[in-house]
Structures are given as structure tokens and as C-alpha cells.
Design a protein around this ligand. Structure first.
Ligand code: COA
Length: 369
């Protein structure tokens, strides 16, 4: 496992074997993301959440029957998770959504149950717990899931307490499919390390949630929305961005550890928002976001001519999640609902190797005298 494949500079850990994965491949130079054999540009706009689950679990997109079977099983998994609510203590009353999700998920017993596989059960539990936390945070009482619905439709219905449109459901699915897996990112690595010890799937996903909570990993979309609010009009963009950089702050949603060109996921989400706007349902922030992105690329190029800095996935995530009516506090838990598909598949892939991950360290402390 090459621990630091993401770092351009020397890590001191070269030569350690890279993990093999069939789940996704990130090409930072060319700006390409392949998810289980599919370009993200195509998959993100065409597949459903249930398709992505089946694809990552089995390696192939399901046919219509398979899609229905997955939808029904995930619906049952949400119903099973709802029945657990009385045993979660105050987990879903915690003020931070990621704390709530991590604590609630830790209560789930590993293993298959009631005819549902372990992976179905945990994936269904994550979306149900995230939606229930959002309801509680909004002062609404928990509401049972509708197992006949697709995950995205049920999630939006529960969170917003009203019927979502087909365009909104499609937009949320595009987001979840687009972020379902992304190479050996920090939370996926955390899940694989736990899997490699022979521990259980719930423990691996709790570790992954802990990693995703960190602001360097999953926390930028909220601040991107704050930035769009502060800029408020394209004519203010350049001045605002210059002032931000002048104050020593970074522009949120710009730059990436691996991509040296625009993050391909930004383009997929931008198209998904466009589709939503055409259906007449959106926050109207897309044109402002595009203007701010253009200005940010210019301002950053002037400051860092040798370091290409472009929009990353978080930039348009903010606009998309806002457009489908999710509150900012739910952005990171919503990311987890998408990424849990990848974590769970990585758990299986790592367990199948039967190998313990034991990264090397380089001792730089004092020598014994
Ligand atoms: N705004 C302003 N400057 C930025 C920047 C940003 N968003 N991203 C990178 N830079 C600058 C750094 O200040 C640094 O400049 P310096 O060499 O003069 O100090 C240079 O570009 C290289 O940055 P570095 O921190 O080495 O890059 P990284 O690969 O470690 O960082 C991120 C990647 C994503 C952490 C970084 O681009 C960032 O902080 N982006 C904003 C947060 C964000 O959108 N996160 C979501 C990521 S998906």
C-alpha cells in the first residue's frame, strides 16, 4: 500500500506495495475518475443510488429486476434501522450531525438479519439515521421510512417533510453516485485499515465516519455556500476573493491534492444542477457560482502561477445540496450517505485479501545512548 500516493512530494514511504482495487481510479493529471469501469461523467448523470450500490458490490450495473430488488432491500434496511431508534439513546439528538451519525451507527449489530445482508443493513441505516437526525434538528419528530421508495426519494421526503419532485430526486442521486467512491481517500483508507484487522463492517464504517468528519476531508460545502452568500453578486467576486486571500484565508471549494485540472465531479454536479434548473427547481445560485469559480481561477492563477488551482467537487456540491433544500448542517452527513457505498465495498475488497495493513513508519527520534 502506497500510503502517500496523493502527495507530490517525497513521503519517505516509497516502495511500499499499492493496494489493488476494482472500485475506482483517480487520474489527477487528466482529470478522470473511473468508478468500477464507468466514467463518472456518464455514471453520475445516469445511475441511481441503488445502481451504484449494486455496481460497487457486484462489479456490474443491475438490470431492471436487480434495481428493483436493491431498492426493496434498502427500503427494508431503512425500516429495520427505524425500529432501532428507541435503542439509540440520545445519539440522534447530538447537535453535530456527524457525531450523531457515528454514535447511532455504532449501535447497529453486525451481521445479516431478517433476510438482509450486512452491507444492505448498514447502508440503509446510514441514510435513515442521517434523515432522522435532520428531522430532529429541525424540531420534527421521527417519521417511519417508506420502504417502497428509492433511497433518495425517501431521504428528501423525510428531511424536508414534503414530497420531493422527480427532478430533485434525480439531482440528489447524481450527487450520491458522483461521490460514492474516490480512490484511497482518508475515510476509505480508515475503513480498509479496520477491515484488514479482521474487525467487523460496523466498526470499519464508524472509523470512516470519524475520518470524514474532519474539515480537511468532507467539510467544505457549507463554507462554499457562506462564500456565495457573502459575494452575493458576480460583480463583487474578484474584490471579495482578493480580500479573502489577502487575509491569508483559502478559497473553499478550490484546489485538490490529486487533481491538477478541474475535478471531473464538479462538471457532473454542475450539469445535474443545470438539469434541476431546467425543471424549474433550484436555488438560482448556479450562475453566481459559475462567476465566482471563473473569478477564483483567475485570482488564484495570478497568485500561484505554478500551482494549478481549480474547482473541486465541494464547490458545486454546495449549490446542488442547497438547491434540493438540504440544510447546511446536513451536508457532511449527506456526503456520508453517498460515500458509505464505497466504504462498504472497500470493506469487502480488503477482507477478501486476508491481509493486514501495517504501514511503515520512519523513526526520527533520538537514538538510545
Ligand atoms: N485557496 C487559496 N490558496 C490555495 C488553495 C485555495 N483553495 N488551495 C491551495 N492553495 C495554495 C496554498 O496556499 C499553497 O500555496 P503556498 O505554496 O504559497 O503555500 C499552494 O496552493 C499549495 O497548497 P497545498 O496546501 O500544498 O495543497 P494541498 O494539495 O495540500 O491542498 C486542499 C489541497 C484541497 C487541502 C487545498 O487546495 C485547500 O485547502 N482547498 C480549500 C478547501 C477545500 O475546498 N477542500 C475540499 C477538498 S475536496
Amino acid at each position: 500500500m502506497n500510503l502517500d500516493s496523493n502527495r507530490p512530494q517525497s513521503s519517505g514511504l516509497e516502495g511500499v506495495v499499492a493496494a489493488e482495487t476494482r472500485l475506482s481510479d483517480v487520474d489527477g493529471e487528466r482529470g478522470r475518475l473511473t468508478i468500477a469501469g464507468h466514467d463518472v461523467e456518464h455514471l453520475g448523470l445516469a445511475a441511481t443510488y441503488e445502481d451504484a450500490f449494486a455496481l460497487l458490490e457486484s462489479g456490474a450495473l443491475p438490470d431492471a429486476t436487480g434495481r428493483e430488488r436493491t431498492r426493496a432491500a434498502l427500503g427494508q434496511a431503512r425500516a429495520q434501522a427505524f425500529a432501532l431508534l428507541p435503542r439509540l439513546g440520545d445519539a440522534l439528538e447530538l447537535s453535530d450531525g456527524m457525531d450523531a451519525l457515528r454514535t447511532a451507527l455504532a449501535h447497529v449489530q453486525p451481521g445479516a438479519q431478517g433476510g438482509l445482508s450486512e452491507s444492505m443493513r448498514v447502508v440503509g441505516a446510514v441514510s435513515l439515521f442521517a434523515a432522522t437526525w435532520a428531522r430532529r434538528a429541525a424540531g420534527l419528530s421521527p417519521q417511519p421510512p417508506d420502504p417502497a421508495r428509492a433511497t433518495a426519494s425517501d431521504f428528501l421526503r423525510l428531511v424536508r417533510d414534503r414530497e420531493p419532485s422527480a427532478a430533485e430526486v434525480q439531482a440528489l442521486e447524481a450527487y450520491w453516485v458522483t461521490v460514492c467512491d474516490h480512490g484511497m481517500n482518508a475515510s476509505t483508507f480508515a475503513a480498509r485499515v479496520v477491515a484488514s484487522t479482521g474487525s467487523d463492517r460496523v466498526s470499519a464504517l464508524v472509523a470512516a465516519l470519524g475520518a470524514l468528519k474532519g474539515p480537511l476531508h468532507g467539510g467544505a460545502p457549507g463554507p462554499v455556500l457562506d462564500m456565495l452568500d457573502a459575494v452575493s453578486s458576480p460583480k463583487n467576486a474578484e474584490r471579495w476573493l482578493e480580500a479573502e486571500l489577502g487575509a491569508g484565508r483559502r478559497i473553499m471549494g478550490m484546489g485538490h491534492r490529486i487533481y491538477r485540472v478541474r475535478d471531473p465531479r464538479a462538471a457532473v454536479l454542475e450539469k445535474a444542477i443545470e438539469r434541476l434548473e431546467q425543471a424549474g427547481a433550484s436555488s438560482g445560485r448556479l450562475s453566481l457560482a459559475r462567476a465566482v469559480e471563473r473569478a477564483a481561477v483567475g485570482v488564484l492563477r495570478a497568485r500561484h502561477p505554478d500551482r494549478p488551482l481549480h474547482a473541486n467537487v465541494e464547490f458545486y456540491t454546495a449549490v446542488l445540496l442547497d438547491s434540493v433544500g438540504l440544510p447546511r448542517s446536513l451536508f457532511s452527513p449527506a456526503f456520508a450517505v453517498g460515500r458509505v457505498l464505497g466504504w462498504s465495498a472497500h470493506f469487502d475488497e480488503q477482507r477478501a485479501t486476508g491481509r493486514l495493513i501495517r504501514p511503515a513508519s520512519r523513526y526520527v527520534g533520538p537514538k538510545p545512548s
